[in-house]
Design a protein around this ligand. Structure first.
Ligand code: APR
Length: 258
């Protein structure tokens, strides 16, 4: 059977399982935003970590060492994220939530799921759109809240301490409530739909493992085999922006058929 024939067959089977599901968890990574123009991390040629040393940019130690340098790098990324638009993959996942009960557990910090209309989104690694002061006391700050400070990085309007992006850096704990809810939902879901993740960064990568251990059906969408493909019931090989709209259209057809 040709690859496209295999994909079509598997996609129909995966859609049939999704259409019957009453509890779905979508687990997304940087790949779902690739077609929105946002780089992934581990793409061998153009991934962020192929160009930059994460230990120089995505750790609390790096920020303490040179806050202005790290802040400037995040502001560049913030600019790219602000200009990015949700792609058909994000839109398909927002539409899927109208067809079956689902929660998106994302590792992404770009907010594109929410901008595509997804409402129930758990951000395991924080958000590039939110900031907090180094004391940790003042969180949920927007760039607008920081406009009164002409320093880079700016200072907290409440306590004067410098602020940082509210994202999880290497070596830092993930937000407890977000992680606990993600693990709880993964342990109870009927279907785990993974899209655009290498599946190698823990503890977030426990989400598909917990789902599979609890007997959930695992569907993985990725142009390349990833760490989840081996445990998946269906590996739908292709870009999320192409595969997800086809998958959701089939779920919609089945749901309308009744
Ligand atoms: N559609 C779907 N998936 C894609 C696409 C696409 N168009 N293009 C690439 N991919 C896949 C790649 O094949 C890869 O498997 O997206 C995945 C991206 O993997 P990573 O770059 O490792 O990103 P991610 O899994 O989200 O990384 C997890 O690592 O550095 C930390 O905090 C960072 O949240 C990030 C975490």
């Amino acid at each position: 059977m040709s690859d496209s024939g295999r994909l079509a067959t598997d996609l129909r089977a995966a859609a049939a399982r999704l259409a019957r599901a009453r509890r779905v968890v979508v687990y997304s990574g940087a790949g779902v935003s690739k077609e929105s123009g946002i780089s992934t991390f581990r793409d061998p040629s153009e991934g962020l970590w192929a160009k930059y040393d994460p230990m120089e940019l995505a750790t609390a130690e790096a920020y303490a060492r040179d806050p202005a340098f790290v802040w400037a790098w995040y502001m560049d990324r913030f600019g790219l994220i602000e200009q990015a638009q949700p792609n058909p993959g994000h839109a398909a996942l927002a539409e899927l939530a109208d067809l079956v009960p689902l929660t998106i557990v994302t590792q992404n910090i770009d907010g594109l799921h929410q901008r595509a209309g997804s409402c129930d989104v758990i951000e395991l690694h924080g958000s590039a759109l939110r900031f907090k002061c180094l004391t940790g006391r003042h969180t949920g700050l927007s760039l607008a809240d920081l406009a009164g400070s002409d320093e880079a990085p700016p200072r907290c309007p409440h306590c004067g301490e410098i602020v940082r992006p509210d994202v999880v850096w290497f070596g830092e704990a993930l937000p407890t409530a977000a992680l606990e809810r993600a693990f709880e939902l993964a342990s109870r879901c009927e279907v785990l739909l993974a899209v655009g993740t290498s599946g190698v960064v823990y503890p977030a990568a426990m989400v598909p493992v917990l789902a599979q251990q609890a007997g959930a059906t695992v569907i993985d969408v990725n142009p390349e085999p990833d760490a989840i493909a081996n445990m998946a019931d269906w590996f739908l090989q292709g870009p999320g922006g192409e595969v997800l709209p086809r998958l959701v259209a089939e779920v919609k057809r089945l749901c309308e058929e009744g």
